[in-house]
Design a protein around this ligand. Structure first.
Ligand code: OGA
Ligand code: MN
Length: 274
């Protein structure tokens, strides 16, 4: 006899970030748990399902159940660094460095849903840092010192990690993205605050370049300490969702020709960086 489990089973993976969930696929796609999952994302940064093995259609349908905006733009994006499969592989090599998706936009995506379709034999974890928890844990005097600081984010800053000696044509192409000035501390509608950091962060307005870079680097070191980080070692068919507004993430190194392939869908955001 099989018993149908109609609950959402929850196991926290570390004290401050990431919760593993178990549920059956039809319940997930019905939207039965969408409010609960939305709240967990905000509270825990990351939720992970092991070996769920959703089809593309199921992943799209599940992603739609988590949408709370009226933006309806659903597609599956293949995330692979294999230049034979992905003509933009060079850009996504930036994913090896801590980042938030969409810092060049005023309203970043709320969450990304990623499933593993082919694994690398070595490396290729995805790591997440809880930028709400990292902010909360700062000493009060440091929080006060960050208040009101504005950070200049540039696409070229993130691309220089991957290609430190670009041609002038390449640099000009990167510079076709205008810099975006974002608060260092994001006060969300909920009243909670998170740090806005990552590989596009260039410098701090009104501070010398060196002083600003030192502060950004110190805060990245702080936010990526083990207690704020969850490192997901993928099994085939895992599905991981992260709150892109309250976490940073990166891929750990893996061979570019390893065949690693992820399918990613996204949930639109409606909250500007403020
Ligand atoms: C992304 C990303 C990391 C990974 O899809 O935005 O950064 O592990 N992916 O592939
Ligand atoms: Mn990313």
């Amino acid at each position: 006899m099989t018993t149908q489990n109609t609950d959402l089973i929850r196991t926290d993976l570390t004290p401050l970030i990431a919760t593993q969930l178990e549920a059956n696929i039809s319940d997930l796609i019905s939207g039965k748990f969408s409010n609960e999952i939305g709240e967990l994302l905000e509270q825990r940064g990351v939720v992970a399902f092991r070996e769920l093995n959703l089809t593309d259609e199921q992943q799209l349908a599940f992603t739609q159940t988590l949408n709370t905006t009226d933006i309806q733009d659903y597609k599956v994006t293949k995330i692979t660094m294999d230049p034979l499969e992905n003509p933009n592989a060079d850009y996504i090599k930036g994913a090896f460095y801590w980042h938030i998706d969409g810092t060049m936009l005023d309203i970043p995506v709320f969450a990304s849903v990623m499933s593993s379709r082919r694994l690398s034999e070595t490396g290729g974890r995805t790591e997440f840092s809880n930028t709400y928890a990292a902010y909360d844990a700062l000493p009060e005097d440091e929080k006060a010192a960050l208040e009101g600081l504005q950070v200049v984010h540039m696409f070229e800053t993130s691309q220089l990690y991957v290609n430190p000696e670009p041609s002038i044509e390449t640099l000009k192409m990167w510079q076709s993205f205008q810099p975006n000035v974002l608060p260092l501390v994001w006060t969300h509608r909920s009243g909670r605050k998170s740090l806005v950091l990552g590989s596009t962060a260039s410098h701090i307005e009104g501070m010398s370049l060196r002083e600003g870079r030192a502060l950004l680097t110190k805060l990245r070191d702080w936010a990526t300490q083990p207690e704020f980080v969850y490192s997901h070692e993928w099994k085939l068919g895992d599905l991981v969702i992260w709150d892109n507004t309250g976490t940073m993430h990166r891929a750990t190194p893996y061979p570019l020709d390893s065949g690693r392939l992820m399918y990613r869908t996204q949930i639109a955001g409606d909250e500007p960086f403020m």
